[in-house]
Design a protein around this ligand. Structure first.
Ligand SMILES: O=C(CO)[C@H](O)[C@H](O)COP(=O)(O)O
Length: 227
């Protein structure tokens, strides 16, 4: 395993320590969240009792293979703890997410969670968000027009593709990756983008993380709490 993968795994396994019996746990999406799901599957074999909700079909499939039981969203009011990855984390713990295309479900689950632990390797930590193109989920109808509107906010848009086909989210929508460069006022941009008809949600996660756990390539882990 390379150092970066090891860093992701270390952060994920640290976060999994915050999961306790009886919790409803939100499972994130991506190569870092993968390690949390693996760890929880292992702990369940040793007696841990939790119920899960997932932020993507991919994570749900993996968790079901590991025999992690699920609870329908209609039966819960709140989620105790969600553990998820991120594409960028800034000084104020604002995030860019959606590199895996799951940002809408990730945001719905994050917003319904009492605690959101973000896990990442150190390459994701930035002073200002925006080097990673911001993923935006848009409906298919009139997508060319929505791309123009997005571009009018000062970004270069790229409709996400997968093996020559347009990438389709679990919700049947497209993803546009918007290269803004440095984002100065993430909160304002978040609000403005979501006002565009055709935009379902964008990958800026403002003020949602309650803990950030960063794995470094030297094997150390840094755990940051909100004061
Ligand atoms: O937001 C996400 C998926 O939509 C992921 O959490 C994000 O892309 C980070 O992924 P990885 O852990 O594979 O680097």
């Amino acid at each position: 395993m390379d150092a970066r993968t090891e860093a992701k795994r270390a952060a994920a396994e640290k976060a999994a320590e915050y999961v306790h019996d009886g919790m409803i746990v939100g499972l994130g999406t991506g190569s870092t969240a993968y390690w949390v799901i693996q760890k929880l599957g292992e702990r369940m074999k040793n007696g841990l009792k939790i119920k899960a909700v997932a932020t993507s079909n991919q994570s749900e499939l993996l968790a079901k293979e590991l025999e992690i039981p699920f609870v329908p969203l209609s039966e819960i009011g709140e989620i105790d703890l969600t553990i998820d990855g991120a594409d960028e984390v800034d000084d104020e713990w604002n995030l860019i997410k959606g590199g895996g295309g799951a940002l809408l479900r990730e945001k719905i689950i994050a917003t319904a969670s009492k605690e959101l632990i973000i896990i990442a390797d150190e390459s994701k930590v930035v002073k200002k968000l925006g080097q990673f193109p911001l993923p935006v989920e848009i409906v298919q109808f009139g997508y060319e027009l929505t791309l123009c509107k997005l571009a009018s906010y000062g970004c270069i848009t790229h409709l996400r593709m997968q093996e020559e086909e347009r990438f389709i989210t679990d919700n049947g929508n497209y993803i546009v990756d918007c290269a803004f460069g440095q984002i100065e006022r993430a909160s304002d941009l978040h609000a403005a983008l979501n006002m565009i008809p055709g935009v379902v949600e964008n990958g800026l996660f403002i003020n949602l993380a309650t803990k950030v756990i960063i794995g470094a390539n030297d094997g150390s882990i840094k755990e940051l709490d909100r004061n």
